[in-house]
Design a protein around this ligand. Sequence first.
Ligand SMILES: N[C@@H](CCC(=O)N[C@@H](CS)C(=O)NCC(=O)O)C(=O)O
Length: 236
Amino acid sequence: MEMMPCEQPAVRLIGWLSPYVHRAEVALRLKGVPYELLHDDMASKSDLLLTHNPVHKKVPVLLHGHRSIPESLVIVEYVDEAFPAGPPLLPSDPLARANARFWARFLDDKCWKALWVALWAEPGEARAAAAREAKEGLALLEAQLPEGKRFFGGDAIGLLDIAASGVARWLGVFEEMAGVRLLTEEEHPALCRWAREYAADETVRQCLPHRDLVLAVLTPRRGMFVSTAKAMAAHK
Ligand SMILES: N[C@@H](CCC(=O)N[C@@H](CS)C(=O)NCC(=O)O)C(=O)O
């Protein structure tokens, strides 16, 4: 009997030009998983997005055959486990895994919130306090870079590098748009070096949007950033 080749379920990613979508894309590329990017226009969310992420209605969403997986960090871990053939994205040591997860969550739950208010709030005490908190957060992140290593995960890109990719590309664009400096060579030399290393990586470059493109796409959204920062500062 003739052997039929095993059919692999299709891998598709609903996304657009977003740091969260980049996380999912880079995880797939590092694992060597071919995928199709389905662009979703955030102005009018597609039925596909609303069906597969009814809770948050946000990109990215990974479609793996009939399964759908929302949330960028959840996707990164899913990709790591579902495609074990590629290089591991999480360390094998339980404590190192726990640390990578802790700092990845710190970035989203704490550091980016402070960065956002520091970037977009009206000048004043709330913005100054957020800038101090954001800089402290970046310093804490910098302290996680292992001595003599290129990446948070050692010599290969791992979960925390992927989680921090927004710092490597999008933060500089936001800073330029807002006219605010938060990540500086003087205060965060190792993190700046890491950002350059990350952006220069061969696999990352295949899916990291050019800063000019990010700037062009995000500039018209400035007003929305200002209003979300206002709401965040008010709920602090
Ligand atoms: N926690 C989510 C955040 C995703 C997210 O904020 N996605 C944005 C794109 S940058 C989005 O879809 N925004 C649409 C909206 O907020 O309605 C993740 O990590 O995936």
